[in-house]
Unconditional design. Structure first.
Length: 133
């Protein structure tokens, strides 16, 4: 089964979409940056700019695999190319476990938020997304 989108991953795993840990790919001052956020979270442009001092600019479909090392639909915070900066969004903290992808459009793994923080090589927590109320 495909897990290329939040909705497909949630259906395949039998969990709520919010528990899918999606990896959003940006270009920040010529550096690839991943922000891992809850599946129901949306980037808040003002918060992103306050955190990174630039407007949010997502990588194009063609840039993702080249710069990050994973294809669109399988982007995850594990095994990325050297130089990719990884941050975890606060939207994930409300869950004990989440499901990030594992590098392909048909893979995911359940990890605790603490494990995600440890194994992703995250540079820290950010608050650049908003979640539905």
């Amino acid at each position: 089964m495909s897990s290329a989108t939040v909705e497909l991953a949630a259906a395949a795993l039998g969990c709520e979409p919010a528990r899918i840990a999606k990896s959003l790919s940006f270009l920040v001052q010529e550096r690839p940056v991943l922000v891992v956020a809850a599946g129901d979270a949306r980037v808040d442009n003002a918060r992103f700019k306050a955190q990174f001092q630039v407007k949010a600019k997502m990588l194009s479909h063609d840039e993702v695999e080249e710069l990050v090392g994973h294809p669109v639909g399988g982007v995850c915070p594990f095994g990325v190319r050297p130089g990719v900066e990884i941050y975890l969004d606060e939207s994930l903290r409300r869950f004990d476990t989440v499901f990030p992808a594992c590098g392909s459009a048909n893979s995911a793994i359940e990890v605790t938020v603490t494990e995600l923080e440890r194994y992703s090589g995250s540079l820290g927590w950010v608050a650049v997304c908003k979640t539905p109320q």
